[in-house]
Design a binder for this molecule. Structure first.
Ligand code: 2YC
Length: 259
C-alpha cells in the first residue's frame, strides 16, 4: 500500500474546503450529507481516541494531527494519546474513547468499542469515492468506470453494483479482474470498445491511468489515488471535475460506517 507522506497532508483544511465545494457542486450534496445518505444516520457525539502507531515505517508526521483535525471538522470530540501503541491503546480506553482510530503500514482501522463495529480505511474510502462518482448530476447513463480492483477499488465496485449501476472495470492484475467479474458481475472494460464514461472512480497508486478514450467531454473523476490518475492535460482539455484529497473523505466514511 502506498504510504502517505507528511507533504501529502499539508494544507489539509484547504484541500477539504475545495473538495467539499466540488462534491456539493457536482452531486448537490456536501461531504457530510453524502455520508448521511450513504450510512443512513447522523454521527451523534462519540469520543474519538487517536493512537499513534510506531510499527513498520513508524509514525508519519501530520498523520494523527490530521485525523484530529478531520474529527473536529465533523463536530466530534477527539484526542491523540500521549503514548503510542499498546500504552496508547490503554490510555485511549481509560480516557473513555468510544471509537479508536489507529494505523500501521497495512491497515488503518476505526473500531467502535461500544457496538463492536470495525472498518478499514480501504473499504470506507472505496465506498465513499465510488458513491460520489455515481452521484454526478450531469451523468447521461448508469454506466460507470472503475479503474483499479485492489482493496479500495473492489470495495467501491461492490458498492456500485449494489446501487444498480452498470459497472465496467479494469485492472492490470488479471486475477483481480477475474475475481470482480466472478463475484460482482462487473463487465471488463476494454479500450478497444471505445466506450466513453461520464463517471470514473479511479483507485490505483499510479499516475496517468485515465486516457482520452475513456471519458465523455463532461466527466466526473473521483479518486483517492496518490498520485492522481488523471493527466493534467486531459483534465484541462475536457470539462472534467476532479474529487481528490489524501485522507478526509475516507476518514469521514470510516466514522459514519462504525456509528
Ligand atoms: O503515524 C502513524 O501512526 C503511522 N503508523 C500511520 C501509518 C499510516 C499508513 N497508511 C497510509 O499511509 C495510508 C492510509 C491512511 C491509506 C492509504 N495509505
Amino acid at each position: 500500500m502506498a504510504l502517505l507522506t507528511p507533504q501529502d497532508l499539508e494544507n489539509l483544511s484547504v484541500q477539504l474546503e475545495e473538495n467539499d465545494e466540488i462534491v456539493r457542486r457536482v452531486t448537490g450534496l456536501n461531504i457530510k450529507q453524502i455520508c448521511e445518505e450513504l450510512y443512513g444516520k447522523e454521527l451523534g457525539f462519540p469520543k474519538i481516541g487517536i493512537i499513534p502507531i510506531t510499527a513498520g515505517n513508524g509514525i508519519i508526521g501530520n498523520f494523527t494531527s490530521s485525523l484530529l483535525f478531520i474529527v473536529q471538522y465533523f463536530g466530534l470530540e477527539g484526542f491523540i494519546t500521549e503514548h503510542p501503541d499498546i500504552t496508547g491503546y490503554y490510555e485511549a480506553v481509560s480516557q473513555g474513547a468510544d471509537i479508536i482510530l489507529m494505523a500501521d503500514d497495512h491497515i488503518f482501522v476505526a473500531h467502535n468499542l461500544r457496538n463492536e463495529k470495525i472498518v478499514s480505511n480501504h473499504v470506507a474510502t472505496g465506498v465513499i469515492y465510488a458513491d460520489i462518482a455515481s452521484r454526478f448530476e450531469e451523468a447521461n447513463s448508469k454506466d460507470i468506470l472503475v479503474i483499479g480492483l485492489g482493496r479500495v477499488g473492489y470495495a467501491g465496485a461492490c458498492h456500485l453494483v449494489n446501487k444498480g449501476f452498470n459497472v465496467y472495470a479494469c485492472d492490470p492484475n488479471k486475477d483481480f479482474l477475474k475475481k470482480a467479474v466472478d463475484e460482482l458481475g462487473i463487465k471488463p472494460y476494454c479500450s478497444d470498445d471505445r466506450k466513453k464514461f461520464s463517471m470514473v472512480f479511479e483507485a490505483t497508486p499510479n499516475a496517468d491511468t485515465i486516457s482520452e478514450g475513456m471519458i465523455e467531454e463532461r466527466c466526473l473523476v473521483s479518486t483517492p489515488g496518490i498520485p492522481c490518475g488523471l493527466p493534467p492535460e486531459i483534465g484541462s482539455k475536457y470539462r472534467v471535475d476532479l474529487v481528490m484529497e489524501p485522507l478526509v473523505l475516507g476518514v469521514a466514511s470510516m466514522l459514519y460506517s462504525v456509528i
